[in-house]
Design a protein around this ligand. Structure first.
Ligand code: SAM
Length: 241
């Protein structure tokens, strides 16, 4: 379903959230709002396959409508892992459940409703994925969440982090923001839709600079850290325990 949330609906005022209206148009929203979204999904899945270990857990934090879960469970359908999707939005989990149920070949996934601002209880993980989710966790809770991710991973486990990022340099920030604006225009959003959504996301999606995310990963204990994806103000990082 086409994303017209910020065109002519009641969403025009108020903060962005992940309710039923958002869940309904979410797949179209991400395809048109995240540069190389499908390539990022493919890369996450390829990395996850390399690090998945028998009898371990794979977590997808902020699993939304289950796009990553579907891909990974299909790729690992004959591999003995437990795939767990976590989200705090009932509407998103409902949609993920419907999609997973109707996908014949995929291995089963467990969906858990949980607010990642609070203790998450990861254990025996070979892979933990956070694709565009950490940016929605309150800054005060991010360090704790990253520490729990590190603790929950087994040695040689992988944390795959993709985030919208900002730049500490104002000139570069303005350049990247402008290029992102052009990307959304090209994908059919109007100038007013783009600016309404930007307003709605203020203080809801709080991006960090890439260096800040790397600093927090190091502080949590990760030593092997590198960028696997970068497009102006989007960045994918692989961190290995
Ligand atoms: C941009 S979406 C993630 C996209 C998804 N990972 C994908 O690959 O398509 C962010 C998700 O994080 C979830 N989320 C936001 N804050 C959360 C929190 N505090 N705890 C758990 N999930 C949260 C939202 O409900 C939403 O589904």
């Amino acid at each position: 379903m086409k994303d017209t949330l910020y065109k002519n609906t009641s969403k025009i005022s108020g903060k962005f959230n992940f309710d039923e209206d958002t869940a309904r148009v979410f797949n179209d929203m991400l395809r048109r709002s995240v540069p190389h979204y499908h390539e990022i999904q493919a890369m996450i899945c390829s990395i996850a396959k390399k690090f998945a270990r028998r009898n371990s857990n794979i977590y997808d934090l902020g699993c939304s409508t289950g796009t990553t879960l579907l891909k990974i469970s299909t790729a690992l359908s004959r591999f003995p892992v437990i795939i767990i999707g976590i989200d705090n939005s009932e509407a998103m989990l409902k949609k993920a459940n419907t999609r997973l149920q109707s996908s014949g070949s995929a291995a089963p996934c467990t969906l858990i409703k949980k607010d990642l601002n609070y203790a998450s209880g990861f254990k025996n993980a070979s892979v933990i994925i956070s694709n565009l989710t950490l940016q929605f966790i309150r800054p005060i809770n991010r360090e704790r969440l990253l520490s729990e991710i590190y603790t929950g991973l087994n040695t040689n486990g992988a944390f795959i982090l993709v985030e919208k990022i900002t730049s500490k340099n104002q000139k570069i920030k303005r350049t990247f923001d402008g290029l992102y604006h052009d990307f959304k225009l090209k994908n059919g959003y109007s100038k007013s839709e783009i600016s309404r959504k930007r307003e709605a996301l203020k203080n809801v999606l709080i991006p960090y600079a890439a260096e800040e995310n790397v600093r927090l990963l190091k502080k949590s204990g990760f030593r092997l850290i590198d960028v696997f994806f970068r497009w102006y103000n989007f960045c994918g990082i692989l961190a290995i325990k």
